[in-house]
Design a protein around this ligand. Structure first.
Ligand SMILES: [Zn+2]
Length: 85
């Protein structure tokens, strides 16, 4: 029995509609990708905007994390140097 594929819009809760499907071939399988959008174009615009904000937040958070890791390494190296003396 096939379960109905439910994917409601995160903003308005309306069942999303399929915009397009495409397949991606990997080494041992084929993945079917689905792009789902909200049937309300205005709402979909907002969803895209939200997603972009989230992606920006995530990438800046990741960048900060990397900078912190570099800083931590530098501090540790300095501590080690001091201990040697
Ligand atoms: Zn919506």
């Amino acid at each position: 029995m096939e379960k109905k594929y439910s994917n409601p819009c995160s903003r308005c809760g309306t069942e999303r509609i399929m915009l397009r499907t495409w397949t991606e071939k990997t080494e041992n399988s084929t993945i079917v990708n689905r792009e789902m959008i909200c049937p309300n174009p205005k709402c979909q615009q907002e969803v895209i905007k939200d997603n972009k904000i989230q992606a920006d937040k995530y990438s800046s958070w990741k960048r900060r994390g990397k900078e912190r890791a570099v800083e931590r390494k530098r501090v540790l190296q300095e501590i080690r140097k001091k201990k040697k003396k």
